[in-house]
Ligand binder design. Sequence first.
Ligand code: KIV
Length: 294
Amino acid sequence: MEERRKLTIPDLLAMVERGEKIAFLTAYDYPSALLEDRAGMDMILVGDSGAMCLLGHKTTLPATMDFMVAITAAVSRAASRAFVVGDMPYMSYQPSNELAIKNAGRFIAEGGADAVKLEGGVRMADRVEAIVKAGIPVMGHIGLTPQAASMIGGLKSQGRSAQTAKQLIDDAACLEEAGAFAILLEAIPARVAELIAKRAKVPILGIGSGPACHGQLLIVHDILGLFEAFTPKFVKRYADLAPIMLQAFQGYIRDVKEGAFPGPEHVYHIPKEEWEELRAMIQSSTMGEGHGLA
Ligand code: KIV
């Protein structure tokens, strides 16, 4: 029987130590997080990708602190075992250390998260250090960093030249030095990720960064076949829920139109004597006229 207590950072380190891979998936709502937790997910990321998957935006940039904190709280309420990471949205940490600490604190106090994640390597090390010094665990995120998409040439894999790969290695070392408890590598070459994972003393999680990472992250809507705008190369689909949901919606519409729903099993009943009393009341009043009571 699996232990249901909440996982902690030492538990994640112990998993890496014994060579057990960390299973990491995004969630943005209570029912999905409940199922992920029940399935045995080790970590859940409440990603700012929710702006795209849930709200239909074209980028992650419109995600606000209030939106992120609300959905993080929903996920945290569901996660009895999984370690929950709240994703700091665009401009919630970039402007200053003070703002970064204040907003990271909201993820913990209001969102119930176990840690926060922010994007950027060397240039964000100061923010990581400040938040960690305030007592909040931080996950770094380098490689394809969607909040900086226009600066890095779009949603493209990163670190494919010797120079940019070396920069990623330096970024990872710098984030570790700044106190990050884990680092997420997004869409970087598998061999570069392997180098980083071998050198690191903290868990290295990967999304589209090959099998050598200590754990793997994917986006829940991608693995369930619920995000149709585009599918990155690294996605593996484990279910195709869109046609199943479509069929359910069509079935409901058909039943409503044809009067097949609600059936006798879906209606509430008034006891016979109450019905008779109601009839008598209505018939003896002028209001009863035209009410069609049988
Ligand atoms: O927002 C998110 O889901 C992320 C992943 C794509 C890494 O940051």
